[in-house]
Ligand binder design. Structure first.
Ligand code: ADP
Ligand code: MG
Length: 598
């Protein structure tokens, strides 16, 4: 028999040291905990300073409530918190912290010093702790608020210290953390000082928009669309980038849940879903989103560092996020901007300031041709008195379109490689893939009709009998009613054969057999999205793909022009429904730079 080993309760400083591993793993997590405490203390200014990637020192100073001497001493005890009183409070925490672990954990693995003072107190308190043991407590003169310095992180856990990465890497983690809280709390003034140099100083009292502008810069900000929506008590607001500014990973998806930077699998899914048909596989949209809801519907106590949360009703959160993003990105018709309303107002090509010098002579494209798409900057308002260029009088819808449209005038210069259409616009050169562009145009048109349940069907001159593969036939049978609603005049002909006597008019002359099979497949795939407005997306996307001009089809100039006009009017002109680009733009600025003209 093995001799029985004596069980012992670990002394506090040992237990703290062990627990510290869960809360702090690097300087950035110290920053996180200290900043959260400052915010919970009602600070309006938070100043962060790090030295040597935070290995030497992390200091966070705030102008918040401060602490009395007694509370200051308690704050570094494990499970000491002023934020909850009993277990039930966890259900509805309104503060960032509540576990009462952070200061104890951090103080147990560093040389820790805190100065703190309540505004109404004459003096402040300073506490020095090393490796969890209090070294000194004394009265001190200091401004109201709290300042905590964490030096020599993990000095007493060499294995941990070795795990820290290069200074540069740790700095970038700290910057990232800084960014998160700066974004989440625009009304709070923040500064970040790295090795005595000020990296950021953000004024307090900023709006969400102003803070984003400050952090991202004007150019990046311009790519964003405001997001705002509410569904079943879940509020979603923030900004989302147009699909063409996507990234290869999720690193630019910032989501704040009740102002807490946190993730949840359902959110990543919802964001991708919202951009479905706008981005190719493996591309991730850039978003800055706030999700707000009743705190009792969010469980933040899943992870010691509270990086991940759980929702009581994930599907409501998902739907709210999708709806808000879709709305921001410009939903396909019918909810979209009523573009048709402007087509009357198109000034004729002659009034457009495009250079008209004859250039190349291309067969079938005899002269470069300037034309406009509706609406132009000078679209008059609905009031007849509206003068040209009078911005005040441009209707809000017109300006919304103008903002989104890729150019205000352009001319077709020719076609390259028998494929790419070359355009000149006011800002530079555009290469357009006619197939992708046509796909986008057809997709939006068809989708608009389908969602409005107003699909125009076109009778075939002669009904066609279509024999399908067994699987495809099964899918067609399952989706018969939907296919009819989508404009397919279709009836069973026995076995796996069908008679088709009408087709969706907007798709032109596509072979019914192929289209039917593909659309039915799309509908089956889309079944997973059933009950949302996305059910038809896959089906409509394949239909658009089949019906669009093929890559090397010969196009007449008038057809190309029509396509350019239609694309410019599209809600999402920049990508095809599978997310491939429709146009590639090279700005004159870029050309000037390349030619050394800057
Ligand atoms: P928690 O934040 O989970 O309560 P912490 O260990 O981070 O646990 O902090 C313990 C307590 O110390 C807090 O509940 C709060 O009362 C107090 N405290 C910590 N930091 C500050 C600060 N910067 N200003 C005022 N009080 C603070
Ligand atoms: Mg805390």
């Amino acid at each position: 028999m093995t001799p029985e080993k004596q069980i012992q309760v670990l002394p506090d400083h040992v237990a703290n040291k062990i627990a510290a591993g869960e809360v702090v793993d690097r300087p950035a997590s110290v920053v996180k905990e200290l900043v959260e405490n400052a915010l919970d203390a009602g600070a309006t200014r938070v100043d962060i300073e790090i030295v040597a990637g935070g290995r030497k020192a992390v200091t966070v100073s705030d102008n918040g409530s401060g602490m009395s001497r007694d509370n200051a001493l308690l704050s570094i005890e494990r499970h000491a918190t002023s934020k909850i009183r009993d277990a039930d409070d966890i259900e509805r925490v309104g503060t960032l912290g509540f576990r009462g672990e952070a200061l104890a954990a951090i103080a147990s693995v560093s040389r820790f010093s805190m100065t703190t003072r309540r505004a109404d107190a004459d003096g402040g308190t300073e506490i020095l702790v090393a490796g969890g043991r209090i070294q000194d407590v004394r009265e001190i003169g200091c401004p109201p608020g709290t300042s905590i310095s964490v030096r020599s992180l993990f000095f007493n856990i060499p294995a941990r210290r070795r795990f820290l990465r290069s200074e540069q890497t740790e700095v970038s983690h700290v910057r990232q953390m800084f960014l998160l809280y700066a974004l989440s709390y625009p009304e709070i003034g923040f500064s970040l000082t790295v090795d005595r140099r000020e990296a950021w100083r953000l004024a307090s009292g900023a709006s969400e928009e102003q803070r984003l502008r400050d952090l991202l810069g004007q150019d990046a900000f311009r790519r964003l669309k405001p997001v705002a929506g509410e569904l079943a008590g879940v509020k979603v607001h923030g900004f989302a980038a147009l699909p063409e500014h996507s990234r290869g990973d999720r690193s630019e998806q910032y989501v704040f849940i009740n102002r807490r930077p946190a993730s949840a699998p359902v959110l990543g899914f919802a964001i991708s879903e919202a951009y479905h048909t706008l981005l190719p596989r493996g591309r991730y949209p850039v978003v800055y989103l706030h999700v707000e809801m009743d705190p009792s519907l969010v469980d933040v106590n899943v992870h010691p560092a509270k990086k991940e949360v759980r929702f009581r009703r994930p599907s409501e959160v998902r739907d709210a996020v999708i709806a808000a993003l879709r709305e921001a990105l410009g939903p396909v018709a019918p909810q979209g901007v009523p573009l048709a309303a402007f087509s009357d107002a198109v000034p004729d090509a002659a009034s457009i300031a495009a250079p008209a010098a004859p250039l190349l002579n291309i067969p079938d494209m005899p002269s470069p041709h300037a034309f406009s798409y509706p609406p132009l900057p000078m679209v008059p308002s609905s009031s007849p008195a509206g003068g040209e260029g009078d911005k005040e009088r441009v209707s809000p819808a017109a300006s919304a379109v103008r903002e989104k449209a890729p150019w205000s005038w352009c001319r077709v210069l020719g076609q390259a490689g028998g494929l790419y259409v070359v355009l000149e616009t006011e800002d530079g050169l555009v290469l357009m893939d006619p197939h992708a562009a046509h796909e986008r145009v057809l997709y939006e048109k068809f989708m608009g009709e389908v969602l409005a349940a107003e699909v125009k069907a076109q009778g075939l001159l002669a009904a066609e009998t279509v024999e399908l593969l067994p699987d495809d036939a099964e899918r067609v049978r399952e989706n018969m009613a939907t296919l009819r609603a989508m404009g397919f005049g279709i009836s069973e002909f026995g076995g796996d054969a069908f008679i088709v006597d009408a087709m969706p008019a907007c798709l032109g002359n596509v072979a019914p057999g192929v289209l039917l099979a593909e659309v039915a497949q799309g509908l089956s795939r889309g079944g997973e999205r059933a009950g949302t407005e996305h059910w038809a997306e896959d089906a409509v996307a394949v239909a658009a793909c089949k019906a669009a001009v093929k890559a090397h089809d010969t196009l007449r100039l008038s057809e190309v022009e029509q396509l350019v006009v239609d694309l410019a009017k599209a809600e999402m002109p920049y990508t095809c429904p599978h997310g491939r680009p429709t146009i590639i733009f090279m700005g004159f600025n870029e050309l000037h730079r390349k030619f050394g003209r800057m």
